[in-house]
Design a protein around this ligand. Structure first.
Ligand SMILES: [Ca+2]
Ligand SMILES: [Ca+2]
Length: 677
């Protein structure tokens, strides 16, 4: 879906005042996703026109910027073959942050590490900038592509840094940290293929000491191959047909080549890694092309110290990150094992595994970042509910998670079953608000919180076209899931197996397996050694949801689990009413109610459900293949005025989380981002 002809985007800009954002394209095929924020921070991302999907983001945000005054941004787009000139991938970040006048160290592509680090005397590497910047100071990065990593190697161990600093772009200059090197030496094999000598230089071979801060824990073939024989693999991907188990990547003129598993099947858009001969083969004539080969595992590891780092306005791409999360430093381009780290206006693109690995998630803030086409789950974050009563306090808002799990990970669940746009575990206290989760691949969910998450507030998000569930809240507790739009996902719109959770005012449309799956997990706390899952599912409030044409099997699935002790739909709910169902016909089941598991009660009408279960007395059911949406085909998922009867009064805590006044009793998603009110 992403094209191969990638224009370079250069920007010049004039900021008149805050407020209305005016954008003009001089040349080149681009769609704007524009954001105009308060506090003088402006961020604009440009994506190729053919993606289509992001144009709605643009429309929404630009239309929202209706305050008085104007900011004008002009983009001049001209192609170039120079890989070190931003932005060869067709993605551009522009974030404007003030340049500090004190405690600042400057990094530039024409810098020198012998310099002092002033604006006139910039340094060349991130490591040198970190060593020079005073604690609490700022590293200011000039525009350009930095083929760099600040993770030093010592005694076969990756070395994290422990210093508080801000890392930011210089005004609106475009900054990419890049895991590849350009490779220009290729030899023809006489059979229409070209090769270069390659030995996965900084990953795999030297870091087998998992789990004590190692890199890859398994080597190819991972099962039984002696350590040090490399290359390393993502073990789950070995089992997935067509998946790419080797973190090695090659990009030709900015486009990723597909890695194939035998030389015989190579073609002009793929490459083969000959581990025995230590060669990389391509089937594309390298003459006149830019070939970039991934060389670095990650960019930065923060561990120890007080934390509080801020990373903003920069991009990270093409690092050979790892699938393995537990015990690994390399599950993300950034490994963050300090509290209170903020990521803002960053882009993570085309990394082999994860993008960001939060080992210490306390106080994490993710705001207005783009996580695009990373090989595995873009953001993995672990909280402390299993070891501490301390609130983790994560804030995740206005981020785009798009086309992640591009490497089709997680199919085997050997090393990790975390495939999603974002996965949290043990997170005590978090707000997930106004995010877009779109098109995660393989079997990946949009957003997933698992293993004793607590007090999760998940509101006003859009989940669409993910291959797994849109939103999945698993063996956790005390959540608010409200005013989300979840449509066209491969499994359920929302999958909920967590106690004391309020499920209000969600609109779920055309999800392949069903609108909701509400269940009790086979696991129960304290049974079978499980110490980090929350109580069996009870105390649910489910109201004001609108479920539209979700499948042809059952709109709504409720089930208990296979083992005991457990709960089931007979005991799940403290409140369950005022929902609205839209089915293709009366022959499509309304609700499948399994409690106990051996009893599969299929309800085809509300009266029979009410009669049997004394639930949903005030719900609505339509069986004429209609829908209550303003314009589903046109992408407007708002509820038509008057289409539905009044619902339950939305509880005060839910109304506050959504951002509406108390007293409302409308149904469906009332606010969501992008495109909602
Ligand atoms: Ca690969
Ligand atoms: Ca259970």
């Amino acid at each position: 879906m992403w094209g191969l002809l990638l224009p370079v985007l250069r920007s010049t800009r004039r900021i008149k005042k805050q407020g209305l954002l005016l954008i003009s394209i001089i040349s080149g095929l681009v769609v704007i996703t524009g954001y105009m924020f308060a506090q003088g921070i402006n961020r604009v991302s440009l994506f190729e026109a053919e993606t289509g999907t992001l144009s709605n983001v643009c429309t929404s945000r630009v239309d929202d910027a209706t305050a008085a005054g104007a900011a004008a941004v002009t983009f001049v787009c001209t192609p170039t073959a120079n890989p070190d000139t931003p932005d060869p991938t067709g993605v551009l970040i522009a974030a404007i942050y003030p340049v500090p006048t004190t405690q600042a160290v400057f990094l530039s592509t024409n810098g020198n590490d012998a310099n002092t680090g002033t604006e006139a005397q910039p340094v060349a590497t991130l490591s040198r900038a970190i060593s020079l910047v005073p604690s609490g100071g700022t590293i200011v990065v000039r525009g350009g592509v930095y083929r760099d990593s600040a993770v030093a190697l010592s005694n076969n161990r990756l070395q994290p840094v422990s210093k508080r600093f801000t890392l930011q772009s210089y005004l609106s200059e475009q900054v990419w940290f890049d895991g590849t090197d350009r490779v220009t030496s290729w030899t023809s094999d006489g059979s229409g293929r070209w090769y270069t000598s390659w030995d996965t230089p900084t990953f795999c071979h030297h870091f087998q000491n998992f789990p004590a801060g190692g890199y890859y824990s398994q080597v190819w073939p991972w099962n039984g191959t002696p350590a040090g024989q490399g290359p390393c693999v993502h073990p789950d991907m070995v089992l997935a047909a067509g998946a790419d188990a080797d973190p090695q990547m090659i990009f030709a003129d900015g486009s990723m080549l597909t890695q194939v598993r035998s030389l015989a099947v190579i073609n002009t858009s793929s490459f083969y890694h000959d581990v025995t001969q230590k060669r990389l083969y391509i089937g594309l004539n390298p003459s006149g092309r830019t070939l970039e080969v991934t060389k670095r595992a990650m960019a930065l590891a923060l561990e120890g110290g007080s934390g509080g780092n801020i990373i903003r306005g920069v991009g990270f791409r093409r690092y050979a990150t790892n699938q393995k999360h537990e015990g690994s430093y390399t599950a993300g381009v950034l490994m963050l094992n300090v509290p209170n780290v903020t990521l803002e206006n960053t882009i993570f693109l085309d990394n082999a595994g994860g993008a960001v690995s939060y080992v210490n998630s306390t106080g994490m803030t993710l705001r207005r970042n783009v996580f695009l086409r990373n090989g595995y789950t873009a953001v993995l974050a672990n909280g402390t509910s299993n070891t501490s009563t301390t609130t983790n306090g994560a804030t995740i808002e206005e981020n785009l998670f798009i086309d992640n799990n591009a490497g089709l990970y997680g199919e085997g669940c050997l090393a990790s079953c975390g495939q999603a746009g974002m996965k949290l575990a043990h997170m005590n206290g978090f707000v997930l608000k106004n995010n877009l989760f779109e098109g995660q691949r393989g079997t990946a969910h949009g957003f997933w919180c698992d293993l004793q998450c607590k007090s999760g507030v998940m509101v006003n998000n859009v989940f669409r076209s993910n291959t797994g569930n849109g939103l999945y809240y698993e063996v956790s507790e005390s959540g608010i899931i409200a005013s989300n739009l979840s449509h066209d996902n491969g499994e359920y719109g929302i999958k909920l197996g967590s106690a004391t959770t309020k499920l209000y005012n969600n609109t779920v449309v055309k999800n392949a397996q069903g609108g909701f799956l509400i269940y009790d997990d086979d696991r129960s706390p304290g049974i079978g050694g499980w110490t980090d899952i929350s109580a069996n599912t009870t105390g649910l409030e489910v109201a004001n949801n609108v479920l539209v044409l979700n499948n042809t099997v059952a709109n709504h699935l409720l089930r208990t689990s296979d083992t005991s002790p457990n709960t089931g739909p007979n005991t799940f709910f403290t409140y369950y009413d005022h929902n609205a169902y839209f089915r293709a016909s009366a022959s499509v089941p309304l609700t499948i109610w399994k409690d106990p598991m051996s009893t599969n009660s299929v309800f085809y009408s509300l009266p029979t459900l009410i009669s049997s279960k004394s639930r949903e007395q005030n719900s609505q059911d339509f069986t004429d293949n209609s829908n209550p949406l303003v314009n589903m085909q046109g992408g407007n998922y708002g509820i038509r005025p008057g289409a539905l009867s009044s619902g339950a009064q939305i509880p005060a805590d839910v109304a506050s989380a959504i951002g509406i006044s108390f007293g409302t009793s409308d149904k469906g998603a009332l606010k969501y981002w992008p495109n909602g009110q």
